[in-house]
Write a protein that binds this ligand. Structure first.
Ligand SMILES: Nc1ncnc2c1ncn2[C@@H]1O[C@H](COP(=O)(O)OP(=O)(O)OP(=O)(O)O)[C@@H](O)[C@H]1O
Ligand SMILES: [Mg+2]
Length: 432
């Protein structure tokens, strides 16, 4: 039986810019994760195979199943004579001529309908593009390619241009307990919704003790627990009904803050809730408790943006450094997690200077928020946000600044090039 060409409808092809594999994603770019798909790559060069391999390890392809082999289009034609084709085939063609077209025609004979084909080639030529489009090829990348080119291309196949863009997940976590991570998460979410007019959902993941309900002066009967304990019921309508509306653009998925049961979750327990939220809201702010469990680790690694909140002491510095190192290693194609310093300037408390903290981490804080018990205490007791108490206060301004950075509206000032300072050597000496 002669099988169909790769794809029924034609796709607009645009040659991708070559990007070095080490370039992290731009702050304002958002690549939605790919669904559970199968991908097979047939490479001709080790460089392309390495880029594809690295792409397969990217968090956005975490659900995809990737197999790489060498041999290019000829190997693909051979392989699919006797076996079904996957969701995506990536073919590399080293040749500088249009020979790839003949191989594609052969491949079309054995390719299942619905399989998408991405071609990596060396020829930058509009006539070739046109011929590839005519054959239903979904994307054409010009070698040398970087990891993100592959991630972007594959994920792009599953988020059609006319579909609603998926929401951005912003995770906020404290380097230590009680450093103000929740206060900052709630105030930043308030600003994303109110100042940037982005529909936002705050998800309180501290199920036993979360304070989002108190902070927003809400006491909803339902919330995150109803979703996470009934995974079979999760869909956008169900999750939508669990939200309580705080302002025009801000809703809350509240924690029960009750101790009638315990909250031991498996690593993937929250996946379905997050997927449902991100398919419906442009911005989801996660208030993550200060814990290190399978699900907190996974949630941080899979977030689009991360904010670590720290207070200026040695334990916070060590924990921030450990979190940043782990997250950078697990997310090599993303920009590094942001951090902010909070509760700076507690009277009589010896503190690590902001400049030293920044030097030790080789990165400036995205914001530095002073200790202000009057302001924060009033806000907490009244169930109000800082901006509601004083919109022009410098701390309210810091929350607006964080909101812009975390949604990619503004690039954070980064300090680069320094090396570890005596503070971190002190930590290492202690370990030894
Ligand atoms: N900059 C600040 N100045 C003074 N008080 C603050 C500041 N930031 C937060 N707080 C107060 O610190 C307390 C702890 O804040 P919050 O609950 O946000 O911390 P957390 O890191 O989320 O704690 P937990 O580990 O319990 O989740 C609250 O009473 C809050 O009002
Ligand atoms: Mg908290």
């Amino acid at each position: 039986m002669i099988k169909h060409a790769f794809k029924a409808e034609e796709t607009e092809l645009a040659p991708s810019e070559p990007i070095l594999p080490t370039d992290p994603i731009a702050p304002d770019e958002h690549i939605a994760p790919a669904p559970r798909i199968s991908i097979q790559a047939f490479c001709e060069t080790m460089e392309t195979a390495a880029a594809v391999q690295a792409a397969g390890e990217d968090r956005r392809l975490g659900k995809a199943h990737l197999k790489i082999q060498m041999g290019g289009a000829a190997a693909a034609v051979e392989a699919y004579r006797s076996s079904p084709t996957p969701n995506v085939i990536l073919l590399e063609s080293e040749t500088r001529s249009h020979d790839i077209l003949a191989s594609l025609d052969q491949l079309a004979e054995v390719c299942d309908a619905g399989t998408r084909v991405i071609v990596v080639g060396r020829v930058n030529d509009v006539i070739l593009y046109r011929e590839l489009v005519r054959r239903g090829v979904s994307d054409y990348l010009i070698a040398p390619i970087g990891t993100l080119d592959v991630v972007r291309s594959i994920c792009g196949l599953f988020s059609p241009v006319d579909a609603k863009p998926l929401g951005r997940i912003v995770a906020v976590v404290g380097a230590k307990g009680g450093v103000g991570a929740s206060s900052i998460a709630h105030n930043v979410a308030w600003s994303i919704a109110g100042d940037l007019n982005m529909d936002t959902v705050v998800t309180d993941l501290d199920l036993a003790f979360g304070t989002a309900g108190l902070d927003y002066n809400q006491d909803p009967p339902q919330g995150i627990a109803d979703a996470v304990f009934s995974p079979e019921r999760i869909d956008t309508n169900f999750v939508d009904r669990l939200l309580s509306k705080c302002t025009d653009h801000l809703s809350l998925l509240a924690a029960p803050a009750a101790l009638d049961r315990v909250y031991d979750f498996a690593s993937e327990s929250f996946e379905a809730v997050f997927d449902s939220l991100r398919s419906n809201v442009p911005c989801v702010v996660l208030d993550i408790p200060h814990q290190w469990t399978g699900w907190t680790r996974r949630t941080l690694i899979n977030a689009d943006d991360i904010l670590i909140v720290a207070s200026p002491d040695l334990a916070n510095l060590r924990n921030t450094k450990n979190l940043v190192d782990l997250l950078r290693a697990a997310r090599p194609n993303d920009h590094r997690p942001f951090y902010c310093l909070n509760q700076v300037g507690v009277p009589k408390r010896p503190e690590i200077k902001v400049a030293d903290f920044a030097k030790a981490l080789d990165d400036d804080p995205a914001a530095t928020i002073p200790f202000d018990p009057q302001l924060f205490g009033t806000a907490a007791n009244n169930g109000q946000m800082i901006a509601e108490i004083s919109s022009s206060h410098k701390t309210a301004e810091s929350f607006r600044h964080l909101a812009q950075i975390l949604t990619g509206r503004m690039e954070a000032k980064r300090q680069r090039g320094g090396f570890l300072t005596p503070l971190l050597s002190r930590l290492r000496q202690r370990k030894a």
